[in-house]
Design a protein around this ligand. Sequence first.
Ligand code: NAD
Length: 501
Amino acid sequence: MTTVQVPTIKLVIDGQFVESKTDQWRDVINPATQEVLAKVPFATAEEINAAVASAKNAFNTWRKTPIGTRARIFLKYQQLIRENMQELAALLTAEQGKTLADAEGDVFRGLEVVEHAASIGNLQLGELANNVANGVDTYTLLQPIGVCAGITPFNFPAMIPLWMFPMAIVTGNTFVLKPSEQDPMVTMRLVELALEAGIPAGVLNVIHGGPDAVNGICDHKDIKAVSFVGSTHVGTHVYNRSSLAGKRVQCMMGAKNHGIVMPDANKEQTLNAIAGAAFGAAGQRCMALPVIVLVGEAQSWLPELVAKAKTLKVNAGCQAGTDVGPVISKQALARITELIDSGVSEGATLDLDGRNPTVPGFENGNFVGPTLFSGVDTSMRIYQEEIFGPVLCVMHADNIEQAIELVNANPNGNGTAIFTRSGATARRFQEDIDVGQVGINVPIPVPVPMFSFTGSRASKLGDLGPYGKQVVQFYTQTKTVTARWFEEDEEVGALNTTISL
Ligand code: NAD
């Protein structure tokens, strides 16, 4: 009998792909089949230190590399990502489960940030005020801060690492990335392409692991800034621990996004948008719409929403025509199923039950089909907790005021969307809602990279968000220079050596 050797995921230290010396490994599992695709190491403390030391050393030269040289690497990088798009998407679907179309979308939204990084020449600009006193100018330099680190979640293993390291590196920093241990393979392929594009040794390093690796990053004295995307519980821990160690931190965290449906909305477009946003990617998007509030007469649309949800096809992400793929792990499946059970026992109406679907050919997959509850109230666990599965809670409001009050009373403020034909209602919503991303007839309003991702309340800690203008501020230190140059023969009196403004 021959045994099949499972590939091991490598660390990246000083430009080399290295095998970890750890004795702790975790399987990377295809969620549609349970096939073990690879083994990922939990890096040792020495390996984490080596990655940070390499990044610290590389910073000495990288920070002085001309901005055009840095930008051109990302110009090359976006080309390599495009050339390898299909391969990247297939890898992503195999380890994460989402459909091939969603996987391409995951890579593409990251690619857009890489394109943005290539235009850094127009982004990392200081300011200048001429002649602030006689013969004196004041100007700012936006300088890189040093070694930055990124900790990423499982649900967008291409896009979210690409939110982080391209912008950190193109602004002149060096980077240590800690991908999700559940699906690190597509991230590693993207790192490989980044090195191929010309990122020098030590500028981009990768370590793998779980809580110990994350705590190692939070505590490390040579890491100056930490970017985190993941759950609220872990993000809050990362924020507190890293801040205590004196670092800049940005944490984008959990969500419970509400879609508000006004009775004047275009019914067909709205129901299609909701079906995609609630159940697509098996509900494992931080910008999914797991709560729908039907306002006034829109409450009569419930049967059509249930009918729409029933049409979605549950199957492996690699199969043509799939709408809803598997969830990431057996543990996630058990947690989602338990939450559905709790909805039933707490008295919500289960209009569509997606538990234990039959998926021919993929009997071992972590599948749960579209599930829809109506009659949900705010005391129920299905409302209070982030389910992160294809489970939709439908609620009611009499009017827009009630709907806004409901959304603002929820602790999370990641994303929201309103469906209406009324400009006045939409504008009122945009003004009064306390949520980071607001969609108007757009169900999943993830900002394009010239803007920054944001969030309110429990969904975000730290004031500057990923990508866009804000991240240039996050990854740079502003230095303010006040300068005076004397003519050869110019006399300056003792009283005149400082400027008074
Ligand atoms: P997670 O918080 O479990 O994991 C995120 C990272 O933290 C991973 O790299 C993981 O290794 C590490 N980690 C896990 N447990 C840890 C612990 N106890 N101590 C230290 N580190 C730990 O998140 P996830 O399940 O991978 O991703 C889903 C979550 O991410 C959801 O809550 C979702 O809403 C959120 N998310 C938010 C955004 C956003 O932009 N706001 C985007 C994507 C995902």
